[in-house]
Write a protein that binds this ligand. Structure first.
Ligand code: NDP
Length: 407
């Protein structure tokens, strides 16, 4: 049915590529292109022999001309950007120049400022419309499935959604005192930033990890979770009409937080360049180099993730609540695709998003967040491709008190 050019060959890309190969009816051909071609070749060797034709290429995704040349050579129906958020705009530029559909799993973040927002990518909307191509932003789990869950809740269970709490729980244990489950640089930038949530039409900023709650997660148990800013808050606050409040909570263990605080205190999480032995280095990038590679955590990680959304709102004038979530087992993921659940829960939705576009279910010219498309075929695909979801119609809420009205 189609051909995908996949850029990046790290943790998330590896899962997405395994899933594309399992879904050879849709992904007849894939080209894996990344900075380090040997990783692409190793994955090709592991997966070759099935129905999907696999090729590989070297590309520097910071370089628009190189990307254009590669897209012109491969002629894909879609470019799946599974590299880093820093490459979003260069890849979108190359897609525009070649009139090729685009998908990613994280919004653009300039490398020198730890500030991610959709503004840069939303600015491409008109140009994508004029070129007649689709950009699907944020087709991972969060962002990604959390947006699909929100669109599904609104379509089937609510006339109006008042509050959304997104709960991201990782009950996995890799046995290291400190390691990050995905790219350490991206992960640490995210958790060391101020928290922020949206209430009554405005953003409320908190200090990092200032707001803590305890929640008892299905199949995982009780965990401490902290309010963080997360990118889907921005698009959902815009795309879910009538929303009064949206927050995002992520679980962290005490050991993780103590290590992080210590690293922060000694300056290791800084992105300001420093001079070291005559060379400019960025402390956070150096830290990334000494931490365990997330790709190596797979065989060591036990336990489960539980990620979902709790909604409160009204249907036919009656108040109701609804919780939809997925539980994913680290060891089962490793057995299936050789990666732990954090990469798995992102790589599977990346494949599904691309499948929605290649099968023509989700095609409209412009730049869109995932909740702007019909959630039903995506929800069905989650059950089929390894991320089944569960529903609870009387969930325990994170807070029992209602949202305060603006004075
Ligand atoms: P990794 O660091 O494991 O992989 C990144 C890959 O991109 C590597 O193969 C790397 O190449 C490649 N790459 C980096 N820079 C370039 C470049 N300039 N040109 C070409 N290739 C490049 O990251 P993850 O797989 O963990 O994450 C991938 C994406 O998924 C990130 O954007 C991340 O933010 C996002 N993500 C989204 C989630 C969601 O739920 N929505 C959850 C988790 C992650 P090399 O091997 O040479 O380093």
């Amino acid at each position: 049915m189609g051909k995908a050019l996949i850029i990046g060959c790290g943790g998330v890309a590896s899962v997405a590529i395994h899933k594309c190969v399992q879904n050879s009816e849709v992904f007849e051909e894939i080209c894996i292109a990344s900075r380090t071609k040997s990783k692409c070749d190793a994955l090709k060797e592991k997966l070759d022999g099935g129905k999907t034709k696999i090729t590989t290429a070297q590309v520097d995704a910071d370089n628009v001309d190189e990307l254009i040349a590669l897209i012109e050579e491969v002629k894909p129906d879609i470019v799946m950007n599974l590299a880093l958020p820093y490459q979003d705009l260069t890849i979108m530029d190359a897609c525009l120049a070649t009139k090729t559909n685009y998908l990613d799993t994280a919004n653009y973040e300039p490398e020198d400022t730890a500030k991610f927002e959709y503004k840069w990518q939303w600015e491409y909307k008109e140009r994508f419309e004029k070129a007649g191509i689709t950009a699907l932003l944020g087709s991972g789990f969060d962002p990604g499935v959390t947006g699909v869950f929100s669109a599904y809740a609104l379509k089937h269970y609510f006339d109006e959604i008042e509050t959304i709490d997104i709960l991201d729980c990782n009950g996995g244990d890799h046995g290291y005192p400190f390691a990050t489950n995905f790219n350490p640089e991206i992960n640490i930038r995210e958790v060391s930033a101020n928290g922020r949530y949206w209430e009554n039409g405005e953003w409320i900023e908190t200090k990092p990890m200032e707001i803590k709650r305890v929640y008892n997660f299905d199949e995982v148990g009780e965990k401490d979770m902290y309010l963080l800013y997360h990118e889907e808050l921005e698009s959902l606050a815009k795309n879910i009409p009538g929303l009064k409040r949206i927050r995002f909570f992520m679980t962290f263990g005490e050991s993780y937080l103590t290590h992080l605080k210590c690293l922060e205190n000694v300056g290791m999480t800084s992105i300001e360049p420093i001079e070291f032995e005559g060379k400019q280095i960025i402390p956070l990038q150096f830290l990334k180099a000494v931490l365990p590679d997330p790709a190596t955590l797979g065989p060591r990680t036990k336990g489960k993730t539980n990620i979902g959304c709790i909604f409160k709102g009204k249907k036919d004038g009656v108040e109701k609540t609804y919780y939809v979530y997925n539980v994913c087992d680290h060891e089962e993921c490793y057995r299936e695709v050789g990666s732990q659940a954090v990469s798995y829960t992102t790589g599977v939705p990346a494949m599904i998003g691309a499948m929605m576009m290649l099968t023509g279910k989700w095609n409209k010219p412009g730049v869109f967040n995932i909740e702007e498309f019909d959630p039903d075929p995506f929800m069905e695909a989650l059950n089929k491709w390894g991320l089944p979801w569960k529903e609870d119609f009387s969930p325990v809420m994170v807070d029992s008190e209602p949202v305060k009205e603006k004075e």
